[in-house]
Write a protein that binds this ligand. Sequence first.
Ligand SMILES: NC(=O)c1ccc[n+]([C@@H]2O[C@H](COP(=O)([O-])OP(=O)(O)OC[C@H]3O[C@@H](n4cnc5c(N)ncnc54)[C@H](O)[C@@H]3O)[C@@H](O)[C@H]2O)c1
Length: 482
Amino acid sequence: MDSISRRRFLEQSLLTAMAGVASVEVARTEPLVARRRVAANDKVRIAIIGMHGRGLDHIKGYLGLADVEIVALCDVDSAVVPFALDMIDKKGMPKPKVFQDIRELLAMKELDAVSIATPNHWHSLAAIWAMQHGKDVYVEKPISHNVSEGRRTVETARKLNRICQAGTQSRSHKACRDAMEYVHSGKIGKVTLSRGLCYKPRNSIGKVTGPQMPPSSVNYDLWLGPAPQKPVERRQFHYDWHWQWDYGNGDLGNQGIHQMDIARWGLGKEGLPNSVLSLGGRFGYVDDGQTPNTELSFFDYGDSHLIFEVRGLKTDGLEGIKIGNIVYGTEGYVAFSADYGKASAFDNSHVKMMDFSGGGDHFANFIGAVHSRKASDLHGEILEGHLSSALCHLGNISYRLGTPQPFNEKTKAFGDDKDAYETLGRFEQHLTDNGIKLAETKYMLGTRLKFDSRSERFRGNSQANALLTREYRKGFEVPEKV
Ligand SMILES: NC(=O)c1ccc[n+]([C@@H]2O[C@H](COP(=O)([O-])OP(=O)(O)OC[C@H]3O[C@@H](n4cnc5c(N)ncnc54)[C@H](O)[C@@H]3O)[C@@H](O)[C@H]2O)c1
């Protein structure tokens, strides 16, 4: 794009932004609609928001439930709608209404619930708006783009008595639930360390030389929503936003949030940690991605800790696990598979003690709670989603406040934490195995940040506290108070 067309594009974007704000009533902070009581034999009338990738799984999931009717679809990209309509038509279900703007969708009275599968930067705002309009909510992981808006999502659900399910579906899998019961009943002794592993090779997203035009089928102003007004700076419009901080949270907040949720669940802690330290980098290629493709995060809970490893280059697994979890106790450990359908417990001599298996239906669990009106029936109640999402955000904040560090200078950042140094050693080895010349390479060593779980604020670090929220674009502000 040359500089004239770039300027025109930016001007056009701003005009579109202003038009969007002017033409649609801005959502209020107070509840607008009293919700209908969905009787036991009534169908729950639901809308799917965002349907390029994961939203199609939502449609499939709800089409499989007899007590649900998909009455509306909402996407800012008109090109993705025909496929979704076709899925519904093929099931012989009535044609849903189609919307582009969430705010117009939420004005629909004949709607009980929404299921949100937009990019991360929209999750909390869409969920909060929906709850304010009397709807129950299923919101994809991570449930927030930053810690503060996640807390506000929880507060909205509490204040307005809404059912709000976080989209970490492992919570509904029998294998995970049974294995967690085993862990929490003390069968592996006292839990001392919970490991989350996200070894998922990711390719370069390429590098563009300047601002790109969004696809013509996309209302870019609505796609941006709460994010700053900036042109597209990546080759592939959909999905690759995961690797740009304005919209995504890196792989820690993409695949990683699933394993982070299981790791925190295994640890059995109610709150957030006392401190966090992350390190890593985007190794192996230079592209438009900003988030690390390789990131180690260490969370200190006082008497136990959580270590999370993201590896985006090729690697062997740890104990045969590439994506999964290992929860260690004083008397054994439990390993969890990538598909959440299997887990196994071992004693400290590596003798298998127990296998766990079985899946579950997270969408059905949500619909069940919409009927019962009991948030306690939810397997992934929004508070759980908030805390696990917040851990990913804390890890990323530490990383983003880091300083470049040569690999050949042994860091003292971990004190006498043997588990941390062991993890760092394996991390360095896998980079070497991928041809990264450590002697010539620096990584980002994050700041160790102290955290107060009660106030959900960092202790004595204003830079870190500033990253707990964001500046919201006018018309798309997450309400300060709910
Ligand atoms: N639980 C899981 O296993 C799982 C799996 C994959 C993705 N996800 C989550 O689902 C979400 C979507 O992921 P994806 O891979 O489908 O992303 P994607 O970028 O491929 O698709 C997102 C869709 O949302 C639409 N959209 C954007 N803003 C919107 C708005 N304001 N209103 C309506 N539609 C809007 C886009 O046009 C696009 O069609 C992400 O948050 C991701 O983390 C969860």
